[in-house]
Design a protein around this ligand. Sequence first.
Ligand SMILES: O=C(O)CCC(=O)C(=O)O
Length: 223
Amino acid sequence: MASPLVPRSELTTEHWAQLRRDGFLAVQGAIDGEGIDALKSAIREWQERDAPDVRAQHARLHDTKTVASFGLEPDPEALVSALRALLVTLTGERWTPRGSRIVFKRAVGDKGAPWHQDWHYHRGAHRYRVWIPLHAMSVSSGCLRVIPGSQSEALPHVPAIGTGWRLKIKRPQEELDAGAVDVETALGDLVLFSDLTAHASRPNGAAADLWAITCDLQQDVAA
Ligand SMILES: O=C(O)CCC(=O)C(=O)O
């Protein structure tokens, strides 16, 4: 099943309710193409300068790195500032940035991310993740997958050995796949999801290195 996207200009408080109900919201046309192009060039330059080694090419097939660790310009968090302002308006609450990462999906051998909930990585106050693909992402190229409604509970996790990720949900893959939707996105679209939303990604089948950026936002609910 594929997930529909909501145009950025049509977002209302009803979509905020939808995000809380389903655990995710896919937004169309949220990021401008120039910002994405600039980020892609910066990542490419960084890779050529600092990571041309065999280890980076072969051992880390699907890997994430904090943006702060190599001072990327432009700062990806600037790309989500308009979305953050909109969330403040829709919810009447503060949204604090909690760091950004780059997801590297290697051209060869990538298996995609295993099913997981991000909350197990930080186990703090709840956050939402903004997932910004820097390429069009389809089922065949490595799109994000989510399980609608899965954010209602923290599911047990086990080590995700050999995936490039630390943890995965302790349930049979087929069972998780059965409840999944694929979120296919064009350039400029993004997916917002709760840190308890079970998600994974399809393997990179595009025969080229692909990247996504994630920016975490914490909702500071008024007491
Ligand atoms: O981009 C991907 O392949 C997966 C991203 C993901 O699972 C995450 O950010 O937690």
